[in-house]
Design a binder for this molecule. Structure first.
Ligand SMILES: Nc1ncnc2c1ncn2[C@@H]1O[C@H](COP(=O)(O)OP(=O)(O)OP(=O)(O)O)[C@@H](O)[C@H]1O
Length: 447
């Protein structure tokens, strides 16, 4: 037995005494030590859930035990190694992208191995996007190029985009795939300017087979980065390389995004993802539970899905919370336990009606102006229209009267609010773009 196994045996014996049998079996048994260093131990965990649980609840025990028994703290780090994974070579230790097969460039791709089509649950709200994503991964660079997935927060855009990358890589381990957020693209670009390594930057981004850029709305206002991205886009597109993008809105609704980029983004296919219905939420919970080899009854899953209808990230968070609560208490997962565990989340969801300020903030954020602009007196078109939309939404989504809405919008007269409401209602009859924007805003306000 080497040093790491000896240390791990001690730790697990210690945890056995502290944790319930159920908690030990769920969180400790699937974990294995991979390396021990000076004041550190790296552990392989089967999934992100276990990693999160260790980080939040169990790492402290290792620190405490090592300090008391070895006079120094051994800091645990985690590597996610799915148990059914056929990939064995562990390449790095600090994120979700830790596993690589020796022949692929998986590690450079920055892909999360858990984001695959197999783990993506398909419902009415993402059926189109999923179908198109599969088509893209069957024929990269050919079918839909670029492919843009847009929709609200936490609805699976990144997951689906990375599923394309993982699928292409599974079929062709030599494919050069790069996932980057638009922020990391920007940072890479800035660093290349600072280091005088722009040529290397360009060569790297332009030699890729599949470029996945997440959250392109953050390119807004970044003129130089947009220009660089424009050339990257052209170079890849002209060589039939696949480009996949995500955004929280359609590109023409992104402020200060160059027209030439907007027009290129329209060359391929844009498809949206909307919040999941109850059945899909239950299916997602069921899949997550089974991935973690947990048997949770339907009634409990339905309870969670009924109460968390915001977005999938929240839904996952709720499930993690229920599982952790059960493990810590050493109890079985039942509906009443879920109700206890989610008390705060469910209560706040039920109690809090939408406020006018929330509407104003969300609309301001969406149209990239400030809340003060909306409440103020400026009459420029880029402010007046969002202001009218915010007034319209305030009337549609709350029970607040026209005069009270006027007051909340910086003491405007109630006739101004009525006019705004009627104008937007009329415009909606003829403008699909406005309809799309209002729907997106409504969805965001619901989350
Ligand atoms: N249909 C789905 N099936 C299974 N899991 C899903 C699904 N959609 C989303 N998820 C999970 O929900 C979480 C949030 O998804 P993701 O990060 O892809 O959302 P997003 O739309 O990119 O959000 P953001 O706009 O904040 O970047 C992830 O853990 C993802 O795996």
């Amino acid at each position: 037995m080497d040093e790491k196994d000896r240390f791990w045996l001690e730790i697990t014996n210690y945890l056995k005494e502290i944790l319930s049998e159920n908690a030990y079996a769920t969180w400790v048994e699937p974990v294995k030590p991979t390396r021990i260093g000076h004041q550190s131990i790296s552990l392989s965990v089967p999934n992100a859930l276990t990693k999160k649980h260790w980080e939040r609840h169990l790492s402290g025990y290792i620190l405490q035990y090592s300090l008391e028994n070895y006079g120094m703290e051994y800091e645990p780090t985690f590597i996610i190694v799915p148990q059914d994974s056929t990939q064995t070579e562990v390449k790095s230790e600090d994120s979700n992208q830790q596993i690589g097969s020796s022949e692929s460039n998986f590690n450079d791709s920055q892909l999360n191995p858990n984001y695959t089509f197999e783990t993506f649950v398909v419902g009415e709200d993402n059926k189109m996007a999923n179908g198109a994503a599969l088509a893209v991964s069957d024929n990269p660079g050919q079918t839909y190029n670029p492919f843009l997935i847009y929709g609200g927060v936490g609805l699976g855009k990144t997951h689906l985009m990375q599923a394309i990358g993982n699928e292409i890589l599974a079929k062709n381990p030599k494919a050069k795939i790069k996932y980057a957020t638009s922020e990391s693209f920007t940072n890479d670009f800035i660093t290349s300017i600072q280091n005088g390594s722009q040529i290397a930057f360009r060569e790297m981004y332009r030699s890729i087979d599949v470029l996945l850029i997440d959250d392109i709305q953050f390119l807004s206002n970044k003129d130089k980065t947009q220009e660089e991205f424009f050339h990257t886009f052209n170079a890849l597109y002209n060589n039939n390389k696949q480009i996949v993008l995500t955004s929280d809105r359609l590109p023409n609704n992104i402020d200060n995004l160059e027209e030439r980029l907007i027009s290129r983004f329209k060359w391929g296919l844009s498809t949206d993802i909307t919040p999941p219905d109850l059945e899909t939420r239950i299916a997602i919970l069921r899949k997550k539970a089974s991935n973690d080899r947990l048997d949770i009854n339907s009634e409990t899953l339905t309870y969670i899905a009924n109460n968390i209808d915001t977005n999938i990230r929240e839904l996952e968070g709720a499930l993690v919370r229920v599982i952790a609560y059960a493990a810590i208490q050493g109890r079985e997962i039942t509906t009443s336990l879920a109700a206890e565990a989610l008390r705060n989340m469910v209560d706040t969801q039920e109690k809090k009606p939408l406020s006018i300020n929330e509407i104003i903030n969300q609309v301001a954020h969406y149209y990239q102006i400030t809340s003060q602009d909306i409440k103020g007196k400026k009459r420029t078109k880029n402010i007046v229209y969002p202001r009218q939309i915010a007034m319209y939404l305030a009337r549609e989504l709350t029970d607040i009267s026209f005069p009270k809405i006027g007051e909340a919008f910086g003491n405007k007269n109630h006739t101004t609010v009525i006019h705004a409401y009627e104008k937007i209602s009329d415009d909606l009859k003829t403008s699909p773009t406005l309809d799309d924007e209002i729907n997106q805003l409504k969805k965001r306000l619901k989350t």
